[in-house]
Ligand binder design. Structure first.
Ligand SMILES: Cc1ncc(COP(=O)(O)O)c(C=O)c1O
Length: 354
């Protein structure tokens, strides 16, 4: 029996994608060569890269004037690349502090200039999304995290800002519609809704680059990668290929409209059980609940052992909460089938009846 994989990342991918990806490792395009042993300069791989970029543009309706990049170094590298490319020498940027990843982004920006934290939910261990903050107009950019993977909070709206807007969408990219034109840089590690770890998607508005007067190291300069179509050095061919397959799977499913509705149904099913069942409580503020990472606690800790063995026996994996929050975290990314959530909900109901 295939396990019900609720892991926060790396995480579940569609089974059809995994099958195609494993076949391509043995024999890509019926050429009797492996995808991972052919040149990234071969037409076969150039076609993969071009298709991946085309699918990102199509699915997210990326406007003209933006570049789509597949980079390396994870979203963590973007924590540094963003300030290097946008922050002026002696510059200043505004950040929201909504969790451990946001804090890491802030730390990198602080190594290059001043950071103004405009919204901060650290007072309650990041269980809500700060709102109603003022963003100074003299900052070089504003940075936010759309979905806080560890705490299960998600921005439902993005502020109107008097400066450039940058967003870390690592854990909810391609899970819902976004208006890309509101953003100047969007970045996301692949390993949630897109593919295996090893590549980072960056969507960047070309005109915001090259204006900050910094001498940017070659590999950390977005313009290097734009000018070489993400092939300045050897790209991570396997993660890009699997990302392309996932994006095609998403398109075949009906694109962002369809997946947004599916994700809503899945999240509602689980949150409504958490709210109904007296043995459970959600940890995130209701209006900020994430549709990707559902964090909850047992109200009666004496039930922990039996609950853990019940879900374990049912083949559920990866629902232990992050150590900084405790309890449970069910990550229900795009490829998570409704049936797996039904299994978890069934176990929560059985626990109540025990
Ligand atoms: C919101 C968010 N940002 C950044 C990261 C870091 O990503 P990476 O491991 O690709 O550097 C993660 C990883 O889980 C994340 O969830």
């Amino acid at each position: 029996m295939k396990k019900h994989n609720f892991s926060a990342g790396p995480c579940i991918l569609a089974e059809s994608v995994l099958k195609q990806a494993s076949a391509a490792v043995l024999n890509f395009n019926n050429d009797n060569l492996s995808l991972i042993e052919i040149s990234h300069r071969s037409q076969s791989f150039i076609d993969v890269m071009e298709k991946a970029i085309r699918l990102v543009k199509e699915l997210l309706e990326v406007p003209e004037g933006y570049s789509v990049l597949f980079l390396q170094g994870g979203a963590s590298m973007e924590f540094l690349m963003v300030p290097l490319n946008l922050m002026k020498v002696d510059g200043k940027a505004a950040y929201t502090n909504t969790g451990a990843w946001a804090k890491k982004a802030i730390a990198e920006a602080k190594s290059l200039g001043e950071v103004v934290v405009v919204g901060d939910s650290s007072d309650t261990n990041y269980n809500y999304i700060p709102k109603g903050y003022e963003i100074p107009s003299d900052v070089d950019y504003f940075h936010c995290t759309s979905n806080n993977t560890m705490y299960g909070t998600q921005m439902k709206e993005f502020p109107s800002v008097p400066t450039l807007m940058v967003c870390d969408m690592s854990s909810d990219i391609f899970s819902r519609k976004v208006d890309v034109s509101k953003f100047d840089i969007i970045y996301a590690g692949a390993q949630k809704n897109m593919g295996p770890a090893g590549t980072t998607l960056v969507i960047v508005k070309n005109m915001v680059l090259g204006n900050n007067g910094r001498d940017i190291p070659t590999m950390l300069d977005y313009n290097t990668h734009i000018s070489k179509n993400s092939m300045f050095n050897t790209p991570p061919v396997f993660p890009i290929y699997v990302s392309m397959l996932t994006l095609q799977w998403l398109k075949d499913l009906g694109g962002m409209d369809a997946i947004e509705k599916i994700n809503q149904v899945k999240a509602e099913l689980l949150y409504s059980e958490i709210d109904r069942n007296p043995l459970f409580e959600g940890t995130a503020a209701k209006e900020d609940r994430s549709n990707m990472n559902v964090c909850f606690l047992l109200t009666d800790s004496s039930k922990e052992e039996v609950f853990n063995s019940m879900w374990n026996e049912a083949g559920i994996r990866g629902i232990k909460g992050h150590r900084s929050v405790g309890g449970y975290r069910a990550s229900i990314y795009n490829a998570m089938p409704l049936e797996s959530i039904q299994v978890l909900v069934g176990i929560m109901q059985q626990l109540e009846q025990n």
